[in-house]
Design a protein around this ligand. Sequence first.
Ligand code: G3P
Ligand code: CA
Length: 238
Amino acid sequence: MPDVSPEVVAHRGASALRPEHTLAAYELALRQGADGLECDVRLTRDDHLVCVHDRTIDRTSGGTGAVGAMTLEQLRRHDFGAWHGGEPAEVLTLDVLLGLAADHGKRLFVETKHPVRGGGRVERRLAEALAGHRVDAVMMSFSVLAVHRFKRLRPDVPTVLLYDRLWPRTKPRFADYAGPGVHLLRRHPGLGAGAYVWTVDDPADVALCRERGVRFLATNNPEETRRRLADNLTPDQP
Ligand code: G3P
Ligand code: CA
């Protein structure tokens, strides 16, 4: 069994308990002792990076419409907390989250979503945003092109190439870490060594990640996952 436990990364914040991508979700993750934070980013119509997973705000807010069709000001009129039973919450900008991660000395994993209109603009804006903060950032994407593009802009920032099906080839040089989904690890445990694995909430998956030398483990429930890792619990132990 590897000596080093995976780093616990709060997936969209402590999103099992708070509305995803809200300040409340990230603040709870920090209180729960997460080692790192994960977010998805999209560009607004007026070129701001905001932390929203879906193309539209329909699922995670009281409003409707595509993120890319709205200005930041328009997005701010919608509540991103109530859908999950949380307190009212404004859309979270990447800038605010970068500040939070920097203040707490936590690693921030930023995933750029594709395909989007404007192609590489999101990676360019991300590179610019990172320049304004002293933060330990990691860039991630399912898009090979996006990771390649970003690496050319910021060779010093580590990258993760995410994937949800098996690659027909080896990891490209511009990706520092492989990012398989945990469903792939269950069938091919050898993929875990040194990887970023998502999204790991099930006790059996947490144990598998530890056993297989996963480097970064993204979970919606950082407190519970940390406890299981620290106590080295087997899946059948509560
Ligand atoms: O952390 C990677 C993971 O978030 C990728 O999937 O759909 O949750 O963004 P998704
Ligand atoms: Ca993500």
